[in-house]
Every structure is written in C-alpha cells, then in structure tokens.
Design a protein around this ligand. Structure first.
Ligand SMILES: C[C@](O)(CO)[C@H](O)COP(=O)(O)OP(=O)(O)OC[C@H]1O[C@@H](n2ccc(N)nc2=O)[C@H](O)[C@@H]1O
Ligand SMILES: Nc1ncnc2c1ncn2[C@@H]1O[C@H](COP(=O)(O)OP(=O)(O)OP(=O)(O)O)[C@@H](O)[C@H]1O
Length: 290
C-alpha cells in the first residue's frame, strides 16, 4: 500500500491580544491566525511490529508518547475504538517547521495526523468532534484543522474564518534561542500596558487589502515578554524592517519574527540577505482556502 501523505502547515499570528486569565491558568485570547506555505509532511505507512512507531528526519524531536503526533493517534484511535496495540503503523514526520518557535509546528503535525489516519482507517469524524479532540491536545490544534485565516477566541479554539483580499509574502527568522509557551504566558501581566492590536481594524484591512492599515494595527502582547527573555528578537525585527518589510512582528509566544513584504521579489531579496546572518531563515506565502 502506498504511504498516505498529509501536509502540516505552519501558522503565524497576525495579532495576539490577551483579555484575561482563567481559573485553570489558561488565558482568554483574541488573535488573528494565518496559515503559511512552510510545512512539515506526515506520512503513514504499515509497519511490521505491533503498535505505533514515530520516525523523523529531525533528531531532537521526541519520538515517544510526548510527541503530539502520538497523542493525536491515541485520541483518534480511542474515538474510533481501535486498539493501537493491535495496529502496526509507522508515522514519519518530515520536519521543516522550526521547533518551539511560535509557528504551531507540533499542533499542525497533530492536525495533519488526524486527517491522514482517518484516510488510513477509512473513517470519518464529524467536524465538531474532531475540533474537540484537537482542543484536548493543544489550544492551537483546532485552528490548524481549520487553516486559512481566522479570528481565534476563547483559549484559541473559538474560530471565525476571515476573508483576505491580498495574499502576502513573508520572511521568517527563528533566532538561535527558544522560549517555552507556558513560561511566556506565565510571565505576562495583565497590567503590563503593552501595546495591543485592534482586531476589528485588522479584519477590515485584510478584507480590503489595505496593507498600511493592517501593519498599523498589528500587535502581539507577548512580544515584550519574550523579548525580555530573548533580546535577539528586537534585532531580528529591526533587520527585517531594514531589508524592506512593510511590517515585522513576533509570532505566537516566539521566538520567530516574521516580516511582511509587498512583493515576492522584495521578500526574496530580504531572504537572501537574512539567511547569511541567521541559520533558521525561511520564505513563505499565506495560504487561503476560501
Ligand atoms: C501562543 C499560541 O501559539 C498563539 O497562537 C497559542 O496561544 C498557544 O497554543 P498551544 O501551544 O497549542 O498551547 P497549549 O499547548 O494548549 O498550551 C501550552 C501552555 O500555554 C499556556 N496557554 C496556552 C493557550 C492559552 N490560551 N493560554 C495559555 O495560558 C498554558 O500555560 C499552557 O500550559
Ligand atoms: N510533532 C512535534 N513537532 C514539534 N514539536 C513537538 C512535536 N511533538 C511534541 N513536540 C514538543 O512540543 C514543544 C513545542 O513545539 P512546537 O514546535 O509545537 O512549538 P510552537 O511552535 O512554539 O507552538 P505554538 O505556536 O503552538 O506555541 C517542543 O518542545 C517539542 O519537543
């Protein structure tokens, strides 16, 4: 049988606002999510030994139960009442998305695993049920299942798809330091007075293709928090702007910074310069389903 392949696309946060903290420690957010062409590849094939085996081209990735792909397989098997120990499946993760970078690489892999395994087992799951299973794995997983451009509220699971008039090119730079999402949220203070995004204005700007307005209202309230841990973020942002990005901002809890460009040519020119300075530099465009 031919292996089943599914692309797992990364995301960037065009905005990230925090509205409050819940009893369970999670934060109420309001953020605009954008899927991008940078992707991992999930490949399912039949193995020889019983159980699930995870392999990857990236040596540092956990290949055990801590991998979000394993958690996704476990949850989906449970839902379909399939006994994983009686299966013999190899899940290969071709990792291209930088790890612990604010680009939801692990969440995207989990979402793609759901889709690939449903095809492998020839099963279907109602969209709502799949979203609920995803939420149990991570706050970004429901969005990764939906893709495209969306407003994400609640802890990130309440999704509204958005219209975008103009696709965009971007260059992403992951400084050689990471930050833990949990630690960044923990260090955030509601009283910080950090600059906040105006999501309604961003939504309008996206639908009309008004890039200057979009740039004016984009903010990530976690950026100053992560920057205090990894000062390199500010340097990268300045470099992206110096190389003609019309806006540059940190994605998610960081540490990746992305710069938006008016043309593919401008993005390519910045990419060529930045990759000589930072090893983890990527070029991508936005992905739109509707
Ligand atoms: C930073 C973002 O990537 C922005 O899109 C997400 O908000 C985080 O999504 P994620 O990594 O899928 O998050 P999870 O794996 O569910 O949670 C990781 C940790 O981040 C914190 N967390 C996450 C989401 C949220 N709305 N509030 C939080 O406080 C919690 O401490 C949690 O223990
Ligand atoms: N399939 C996977 N891909 C990447 N990381 C994984 C995976 N499974 C588990 N992890 C672990 O999860 C942690 C976070 O990885 P991930 O790349 O998803 O972070 P992130 O891009 O910051 O996500 P987010 O933007 O959702 O906060 C890493 O420390 C890694 O060891």
């Amino acid at each position: 049988m031919e292996p089943i392949r599914e692309k797992a696309y990364a995301k960037v946060n065009l905005s990230l606002d925090i509205l409050g903290k819940r009893q369970d420690g999670y934060h109420e957010v309001s953020m605009i999510m954008q899927q991008i062409s940078l992707h991992d590849l999930i490949e399912i094939s039949t193995g020889r030994q019983p159980g699930i085996k995870i392999t990857s081209n990236k040596s540092k990735l956990p290949l055990n139960k801590n991998n979000l792909v394993y958690k996704a397989a476990e949850k989906l098997a449970n839902y379909h009442q399939i006994h994983l120990q009686k299966e013999s499946i190899i899940i290969h993760i071709e990792k291209n998305i930088p790890v612990a970078a604010g680009l939801a690489g692990g969440s995207a892999d989990a979402a793609a695993t759901f889709c690939a395994l449903n095809r492998y087992w020839k099963k279907e799951v109602a969209e709502n049920d799949l979203m609920d299973l995803g939420k149990e794995i991570g706050a970004d997983v429901p969005y990764c299942l939906m893709g495209g451009t969306a407003l994400a509220e609640g802890i990130g699971e309440k999704l509204t798809p958005l219209k975008v008039k103009t696709p965009m090119w971007m260059v992403l730079v992951k400084p050689p330091f990471s930050a833990s999402t949990a630690e960044v949220y923990k260090a955030f203070s509601m009283a910080s007075g950090n600059r906040r995004p105006d999501n309604q204005k961003i939504i309008e700007a996206l639908s009309k293709g008004k890039l200057a307005t979009l740039a004016f209202f984009m903010e990530n309230v976690l950026q100053p928090v992560t920057t205090s841990m990894v000062p390199e973020i500010e340097k990268v942002q300045k470099k992206l702007l110096e190389f003609n990005a019309f806006h540059a901002m940190m994605s998610g809890s960081g540490t990746t910074v992305f710069g938006l460009f008016k043309t593919r040519k401008k993005a390519e020119s910045a990419y060529e310069k930045l990759r000589k300075i930072y090893q983890e530099t990527y070029i991508a465009h936005t992905i739109h389903h509707r």
